[in-house]
Write a protein that binds this ligand. Structure first.
Ligand code: HEM
Length: 518
């Protein structure tokens, strides 16, 4: 699956993950000498026999290099994408060394080898080649005080004994009420569009994100746990707000909230926000799930997961993975579809309505299976704007990582980092890679491209297992994304949007909804 191969060519002594700059320089120099020697001898990568190349780029002086890269990543011209594309241009290489934020004083070591093309990226999915321990958020890990004192599954490597039982528990969470998913989605998102129509009539526009937050949280709790959070006296309608504050305490070091730069860089990117400040909010969320998710926690006990550990894993899966994912993905889908225009809307509406009519007017799994354009339009949104854009893995051994053109030597212990949008918008794999093409994945040729859609930390053609780190919610996410598209085109012939930025994903305002006429 991955294009990396472990190698037997002898390397200089493996680089320990030390932080002494001098030692680093010595090792890098020695590595450079080795590669030069190999190039002279015509050494090629073991798998595809590509010429070997030393990984270009440098980390700069300690501290200053990391601060320079952080400033460019957050505040440089061209933003985050510009940060990576300018390096690719400068080094004429899609595999290169750079520092990833946050750096000082949050992350111990910001140095990574960045993988910025579709060929090298998949090494991150290979559990034999990379270790994913504590790398879910990158070069730093949020305090476990934010998750009830537990290292939750997203931070656990498949080689750890707790990985399989925890992942089994989350598979169970997603599957045990599966007959409720479609009807609950239709009920909750039907109400959302009703409210948005009223708002549009009243104010001439309606913010999708605001309504989506409440709908996503309500849908998840009702569908997966059978409980309406707003009916819980202690939680009420506060769920989404509490979750977002708690997420900022975890992801703050990677976010731009739009505060004045000095304040933001100091407050958010240089020091950790104290978990004690969000403890009360988190305890309110945990109290709700302790009761609402009791049957799932019981199942955890059967699987050998202690009740408290099961609870905090369920809170994380429901609030961070699922709600956080829907908060980014749904506005993204509405944005790309909105921009796709009336002709694409007409094709989607025709497909959705024909399939639903053929199934007695109901949205069923079989009706959804007969909506290939909807399916393709969802994959295309996940390709062009992967909701979780950054993945990490630590090399388990010396290996050669292959891009399209070169093999790059990577040493055991080095941190590999993939910026997914550059893998899924790689022009060597996708035509018109920067364009949203709703029917891109139709037909045999389209389907062949699906292995390059990797939003779930694995190819779209693979399924998550207990032995890998592919997203446990992969099928669920694709299902609810299709349900969203189907709901929109059952109700409307077409719609218009205005788009802006927000800390997590896009901010989307609906400016018109044209009711279904056929
Ligand atoms: C749009 C929605 C979602 C996106 C974009 C997404 C994306 C991802 C990604 C990229 C990873 C791998 C992270 C890494 O290790 O580098 C991941 C892992 C994971 N996701 Fe999702 N996810 C989504 C929804 C969900 C949902 C609904 C669940 C529900 C249970 C979930 C549960 C998990 C879990 C448990 C892992 C860790 C898997 C493991 O340790 O083997 N995710 N997800």
């Amino acid at each position: 699956m991955a294009t990396a191969t472990s190698i037997s060519i002898s390397f200089p002594a493996a680089r320990p993950s030390c932080h002494a700059h001098q030692r680093r320089q010595q090792t890098t120099t020695r590595a450079a000498a080795t590669v030069t020697d190999q190039q002279q001898q015509g050494v090629v990568s073991p798998k595809r026999r590509l010429p070997l190349r030393k990984v270009p780029g440098d980390y700069g002086p300690p501290l200053l290099g990391a601060l320079r890269d952080r400033a460019e990543f957050f505040y440089g011209p061209g933003g985050r994408d510009g940060f990576f594309t300018s390096r690719v241009r400068a080094h004429r290489s899609t595999v290169l060394r750079l520092n990833m934020p946050p750096g000082p004083f949050i992350a111990r070591d910001p140095r990574v080898i960045a993988l910025l093309d579709a060929a090298s990226f998949p090494v991150l999915f290979d559990a034999d080649l990379v270790d994913k321990t504590d790398l879910f958020t990158g070069t730093f890990m949020p305090s476990t005080d934010l998750t009830g004192g537990h290292r939750v599954l997203s931070f656990v490597d498949p080689s750890e004994p707790s990985h399989a039982p925890l992942k089994s528990l989350l598979f169970h969470l997603l599957a045990h009420r599966k007959q409720h998913v479609v009807p609950t989605f239709r009920e909750v998102y039907g109400d959302l569009f009703g409210v948005m129509e009223n708002e549009l009539a009243r104010a001439g526009k309606a913010d999708f994100g605001q309504y989506n937050d409440a709908a996503a949280f309500g849908f998840l709790c009702k569908a997966l746990l059978g409980r309406d959070p707003e009916e819980d006296a202690a939680l009420g309608a506060d769920g989404p707000k509490l979750v977002m504050k708690w997420v900022v305490f975890q992801l703050g070091p990677l976010l731009r909230l739009g505060l004045p730069r000095l304040l933001e860089d100091t407050l958010l990117h240089s020091f950790r926000l104290p978990p004690a400040l969000v403890k009360k909010d988190y305890d309110r969320l945990a109290a709700f799930f302790r009761d609402a998710a009791r049957p799932v926690i019981d199942e955890g006990e059967r699987l050998g997961v202690a009740r408290d550990e099961a609870l905090h894993n369920i809170v994380f899966a429901m609030c961070f993975n699922s709600f956080g994912g829907m908060k980014i993905l749904f506005p993204s889908i509405v944005k790309w579809l909105g921009r796709a225009g009336a002709k694409a809307h007409g094709r989607l509406a025709t497909e959705v309505r024909n399939a639903v009519r053929a199934h007695g007017g109901e949205v069923t799994m079989r009706a959804l299976a007969e909506m290939p354009l909807v399916k393709s339009a969802v994959y295309e949104a996940l390709r062009i704007e992967p909701p979780v854009p950054m993945q990490y893995g630590r090399a388990k051994r010396d290996m050669v990582v292959e891009s399209h053109d070169y093999g790059y030597e990577v040493r055991k212990g080095e941190l590999l980092f993939g910026y997914q949008p550059m893998a899924t918008k790689d022009p060597r794999v996708f035509n018109r890679a920067e364009e949203y093409v709703p029917d891109r994945f139709l037909g045999e040729d389209g389907e062949r491209l699906l292995r390059h859609v990797v939003w779930s930390n694995g190819p779209e053609t693979a399924a998550p297992t207990l032995r890998d780190k592919q997203c446990a919610g992969k099928d669920f996410v694709v299902l609810i994304a299709r349900l969203l598209v189907a709901e929109i085109f059952l109700r409307y012939d077409s719609f218009d949007v205005q788009v802006g930025n927000s800390a997590l994903g896009s901010s989307v305002t609906i400016t018109s909804l044209k009711k279904a006429t056929f």
